[in-house]
Design a protein around this ligand. Structure first.
Ligand SMILES: Cc1cc2nc3c(=O)[nH]c(=O)nc-3n(C[C@H](O)[C@H](O)[C@H](O)COP(=O)(O)OP(=O)(O)OC[C@H]3O[C@@H](n4cnc5c(N)ncnc54)[C@H](O)[C@@H]3O)c2cc1C
Length: 419
């Protein structure tokens, strides 16, 4: 049996490894346009590679996928995060789980994750090519795929004859960070083979705000804040975030961006969001705390006292936004104004007018899940065609969930494609 796996990213590598394990007799071609495997894996997690999550309850894990959760059930039970953890450790890469439940290689180096596959395939920077193993075809761009009877003809740039195979697995990824080779080609291949593609949108991106004041506190970060979008009463997300020169970014912002991935917002119809900087305290508790801070400091300048609650740079912005004169002492500020300041801190109002250009981590949308068998990853439309990874209409929040989905679906596809 001849199998072409198109895309040597997370899903493609895991698919190839599993297919080879299940049927070492199969002739497996792993094709990628890059000069090395797993380009996106290597840069993921800021180069540290947040390889999976430390959340082990599958039901909880599935809540981290705004799209595709139900579809992922079989794949996730078959290869859950703890199995992924054990798999990489068994293949020589010790992992660590941080207190925020993100899992990384102990080395903090994504190359080690890709190195596992290079050793399995007998094809890597420090691994001599072993032609008896998986045929890794690098620097090969697939141009199109045609169904010819029971076979597939895979047309590759600068190659006169197509590669004829019995089965194809599409693991071409989404179209985020196109410089990593994931340019969305898989959508066209799937379309040409009879599939439909759901609308596509960037997800896990930063926000650009109408307000320009975030620029003056760019880099100021908070470990824990609760962010919510006012539109349609979206749930809030609690987590770290930071102000940037254009707006806001960080894990809680990414999660929110994922929920509003398909919403339209711009300068004329902004997305109103609010940020609670003290999610663990009610406004009354915050007021009480501030009142105790104030004791003995009634003659001090208000912004200096407020900066005992929040960083000074932010305190200056608050009084500006609320309209309190900078020179006022605490005992000159009306109670109403103090309450306004505290209410502002509990719900910092911002108008989002755009997504950070090109900084999204994943593409929301993809190959329509109703056209794929979730137990095997095989197409229901084109027998012999399989899918795995981000090319499908599956995406998760940050925290290792996107790679986890790629490992799990890649492994399931690899298991079934050789049968
Ligand atoms: C900057 C960044 C950081 C991230 N960090 C994390 C993280 O820490 N944890 C996490 O869980 N997720 C992270 N993600 C998301 C995660 O990396 C992706 O969801 C995941 O890599 C998708 O895997 P995939 O195998 O489906 O696709 P990809 O990894 O995108 O692989 C697709 C491959 O297909 C190849 N290809 C495409 N078209 C063709 C063609 N026509 N011919 C030949 N080859 C082709 C591409 O070259 C590419 O190598 C991050 C994403 C980005 C952009």
């Amino acid at each position: 049996m001849r199998i072409a796996i198109i895309g040597g990213g997370a899903a493609g590598m895991m698919c190839a490894a599993r297919a080879y394990e299940v049927n070492p007799e199969a002739e497996i071609f792993l094709i990628d346009r890059n000069d090395g495997l797993g380009k996106k894996v290597i840069i993921s997690g800021g180069g540290r590679c947040n390889v999976t999550t430390g959340v082990n309850d599958i039901k909880t894990v599935l809540t981290k996928y705004p799209r595709g959760a139900k579809f992922l059930i079989s794949a996730m039970y078959a290869f859950p995060p703890e199995a992924v953890y054990a798999w990489f450790e068994a293949h020589g890469v010790p992992l660590k789980c941080q207190t925020d439940l993100r899992v990384f290689p102990v080395s903090d180096d994504g190359h080690d994750i890709v190195g596992v596959f290079e050793r399995i395939f007998g094809a890597g920077v420090d691994v001599p090519v072993d032609p008896t193993k998986i045929k890794v075809m690098l620097k090969k761009s697939v141009l199109s795929i045609e169904k010819q009877g029971d076979q597939f003809a895979v047309n590759i740039r600068d190659q006169i004859s197509p590669l004829l195979v019995d089965r194809v697995v599409l693991t071409t990824g989404g179209q985020a960070y196109r410089q990593t080779g994931s340019t969305g080609d898989g959508y066209a291949f799937a379309l040409s083979l009879g599939h439909t593609i759901t609308p596509l949108a960037p997800s896990l991106n930063s926000f650009t705000t109408k307000e320009t004041w975030p620029a003056s506190i760019s880099g100021l970060s908070f470990e824990k804040a609760a962010l919510s979008a006012k539109r349609e009463g979206k749930p809030h997300f609690t987590g770290p975030f930071l102000f940037t020169h254009k707006g806001v970014s960080g894990p809680a912002v990414f999660a929110l961006s994922s929920l509003v991935a398909f919403e339209k917002y711009d300068a004329t119809t902004p997305l109103e969001i609010s940020i609670d900087l003290f999610p663990d305290e009610t406004v009354d508790a915050l007021r009480e705390r501030f009142e105790s801070i104030v004791v003995g400091k009634e003659n001090k300048q208000f912004d200096n006292v407020l900066s005992l609650l929040v960083p000074k740079s932010l305190a200056e912005i608050i009084i500006d936004e609320i309209g309190v004169s900078k020179s006022k002492r605490v005992n000159q500020v009306a109670k109403k104004e103090i309450n306004k300041c505290l209410a502002w801190l509990k719900a910092v109002p911002l108008n989002v007018i755009g997504r950070g250009v090109g900084d999204e981590f994943v593409t929301a949308g993809g190959v329509n899940l109703s056209e794929i068998d979730p137990k095997t990853m095989e197409s229901k439309i084109c027998p012999g065609l399989y899918f795995a990874g981000e090319v499908m209409d599956v995406d998760g929040y940050t925290g290792g969930f996107n790679l986890q989905a790629s490992w799990a679906t890649g492994r399931l596809a690899g298991e079934h494609v050789t049968l």
